[in-house]
Design a protein around this ligand. Structure first.
Ligand SMILES: Cc1ncc(COP(=O)(O)O)c(C=O)c1O
Length: 311
């Protein structure tokens, strides 16, 4: 992770080291914030944000589910992000907008605390490693279950909810694995700590749906569309743990991890132990879409306007 020069905070650009919040920020105490993880890539058309509108929509939906009115319009958020990337001089980056309850009356009732927002950007390589994207990573089914819909809102990308992913990630990492797979409350497969999951068996791709408590990943949607466009059958349904061990191929998608194959689950090799042909085909088309090499998915890219030349 490389530090950038500027962070956008409540409508203003401030130096990275000056982007500070008060210790009584409500979100710091109770997790009352929502966020996004977005990436911008260097493409032949310039720096472009992948599915920016979809990420902004999900940010606003997450905020609304926690009774927060984002104090900016979607157009303002988009423009602020463009400006921030341009002013930091970044050609590619990770983008992290956070909308949160700021300092106000303490206690669990949050609605009298102000809603604030910042956007940070930084250069960030492949989250599960470039080698992981090529060779696949090792995953372990977590002893921690994914948060259930009767306690929280799995479809919302809310800060406090991520304590669940944090516990699973620590457990997997301490056990020597790169990623955890969380089961849902019923014991069926849900997703990774920050990725959705796909299983390939006999050429058919399956992935859990919202009733399995997933976060509706934007890259999940992209992978589904790309796979269908390539002619594969994609089925959304519940997946049992045993199906992970019998899979020909498994891969995960997420903004940070992009499309990363799994080569082992619970110390069982997935298929041959190397990323298979279906994973490779979807991954190649997906990478082409991310990097603007595909006309078919050109609409998914929000090109960052170049800053006006100095007078
Ligand atoms: C819990 C969880 N599931 C899935 C995903 C994948 O979502 P996306 O593809 O929109 O990045 C993420 C990442 O945002 C996540 O945090």
């Amino acid at each position: 992770m490389n530090q950038a020069d500027l962070i956008w905070m409540n409508g203003e650009l401030v130096a990275w080291e000056d982007a500070k919040i008060h210790v009584l920020t409500h979100a710091l105490h109770y997790g009352t914030g929502v966020f996004e993880g977005i990436r911008a890539y260097e493409t032949p058309r310039g720096t472009a944000i992948f599915r920016h509108h979809d990420h902004i929509d999900r940010l606003f939906n997450s905020a609304s589910m926690y009774y927060m009115d984002v104090p900016y319009t979607k157009a303002q958020v988009r423009e602020a992000t463009h400006d921030l990337i341009a002013r930091n001089g970044l050609r590619s980056c990770y983008i992290r907008p956070v909308v949160y309850r700021g300092a106000g009356p303490m206690g669990l009732y949050p609605l009298d605390c102000p809603v604030e927002m910042f956007i940070a950007v930084w250069e960030w390589g492949a989250y599960l490693g470039e080698e992981g994207k090529q060779r696949g990573v090792r995953a372990k089914v977590s002893s921690w279950r994914r948060i259930g819909p009767d306690a929280l809102i799995p479809a919302a990308k809310a800060n406090g909810q991520y304590l669940n992913s944090v516990l699973a990630k620590i457990e997997a990492s301490k056990g020597g694995y790169e990623e955890a797979i969380l089961l849902d409350q019923r014991g069926t497969v849900c997703e990774g700590t920050g990725e959705n999951l796909f299983v390939v068996k006999n050429g058919v791709i399956t992935t859990p749906g919202f009733t399995s408590s997933i976060l509706g990943g934007i890259n999940r949607l992209s992978a589904i569309q790309i796979a269908r466009d390539l002619g594969y059958e994609v089925v959304e349904r519940e997946i049992s743990r045993g199906e992970l061990y019998m899979a020909d191929e498994i891969f995960m998608t997420g903004t940070a991890a992009e499309l990363t194959p799994l080569r082992e689950v619970d110390d069982h090799a997935v298929g041959t132990g190397e990323p298979g042909p279906v994973t490779r085909a979807v991954q190649t088309a997906f990478e082409d879409a991310l990097h603007g090499r595909s006309d078919r998915y050109a609409d998914w890219l929000d090109v960052v306007p170049l800053p006006a030349p100095a007078p």
